[in-house]
Design a protein around this ligand. Structure first.
Ligand code: MG
Length: 117
């Protein structure tokens, strides 16, 4: 499965379950949808950060390694972040895989001096 397939699956899901969200007839509504998505993404990043905070605190004070349960929670919140990124890419009408590959090439040039060997 490629990223474009994931974008399509998410688009189908969103149209089925959140059809009203995609009724966008003017720029104001488009901006409002962008705002909603960045708030939602930030919320999910916060949930992810909170688990990292707790893991860090447990390690610092109790010398506890990250539990399997915490790893599962981290994965879930990371995927929640990914979902909102996918939805935002769909709203913007961009091919995220293509954009990622272009950015990767830029980063290869940007970080050339750090390259191994
Ligand atoms: Mg979440």
């Amino acid at each position: 499965m490629q990223l474009k397939d994931i974008q399509r699956l998410q688009r189908e899901f969103d149209e089925e379950f959140f059809n009203k969200f995609w009724e966008i007839n003017d720029e104001k509504t488009f901006i409002e949808r962008l705002q909603y998505l960045v708030v939602a993404l930030t919320g999910e990043i916060g949930e992810y950060a909170n688990i990292v905070k707790k893991a860090s605190r447990d390690f610092e004070h109790l010398k506890e390694n990250i539990s399997e349960e915490k790893k599962k929670q981290l994965i879930e919140e990371l995927v929640d972040c990914f979902i909102y990124i996918i939805i935002t890419a769909n709203l913007l009408g961009i091919d995220l895989e293509k954009e990622y590959l272009e950015k990767l090439e830029k980063n290869k040039q940007r970080f050339e001096k750090y390259k191994r060997g």
